[in-house]
Design a protein around this ligand. Structure first.
Ligand code: MN
Length: 205
């Protein structure tokens, strides 16, 4: 097996009451596992076997045409979810909005509240399934974008720093059609310590 689903660093119920245990279990053990299985099937016996997922998603043109969309969907699903699990935490001490990423956000958007409003707006406007992102370039210049389906920001030259899954499978059990409540709630579990670490890493190369 080339790609593996990373273990969750916390229990399924650790993000309660914000994200419910059943959603976490199905999301991680069924959806993410499904993406990885299909990704491994797709790359088997091709030149992509053994490559890093980041490398693959940064160079979509180099993916053989007959498996390209499959790899975009399932490889993106793998990368995006791997990030998603990491940028949430039950540890309150890691949920503090601070560090270089907080400075960059305040500078770009004015305040945390202004950032949240803009991020939420973009997440709400994503029609159908997809993601909302805080991305950075190599100079630490940040922006908020949205992608459809499992499309990954890496494929358009942006580095994902923070990502929110707005597929219904991410919230439907607890929030049903209320995506806006899910988004508001999700802001409570962001691991800003990790997000800051990722942001600082974008400027190291
Ligand atoms: Mn998902």
């Amino acid at each position: 097996m080339t790609f593996k689903v990373p273990e969750l660093e916390y229990d399924y119920d650790a993000l309660e009451p914000f994200i419910d245990a059943k959603t976490m279990e199905i999301h991680h053990d069924k959806h993410h596992v499904g993406y990885v299985k299909k990704l491994n099937d797709a790359v088997k016996g091709t030149e992509l076997e053994g490559k890093e997922i980041e490398e693959i998603l940064k160079n979509l043109d180099s993916i053989p045409k007959d498996i390209r969309q499959n790899v975009v969907n399932n490889g993106g699903g793998h990368f995006n979810h791997s990030l998603f699990w990491k940028i949430m935490t039950p540890d309150k001490s890691k949920r503090k909005f601070k560090g270089k990423v907080a400075e960059a956000i305040n500078k770009k958007f004015g305040s945390f509240e202004d950032f949240k409003e803009k991020f939420k707006d973009i997440a709400l406007k994503r029609f159908g399934s997809g993601w909302a992102w805080l991305v950075s370039d190599k100079n630490g210049e940040i922006s908020i974008i949205s992608t459809a389906n499992q499309d990954c920001p890496l494929s358009v030259g942006a580095i994902p720093v923070l990502g929110l899954d707005v597929w219904e499978h991410a919230y439907y059990l607890k929030y049903q059609n209320k995506r806006d409540e899910y988004i508001d709630t999700w802001f409570n579990v962001i691991n800003w310590e990790k997000v800051n670490e990722i942001y600082e890493g974008t400027m190291e190369n």
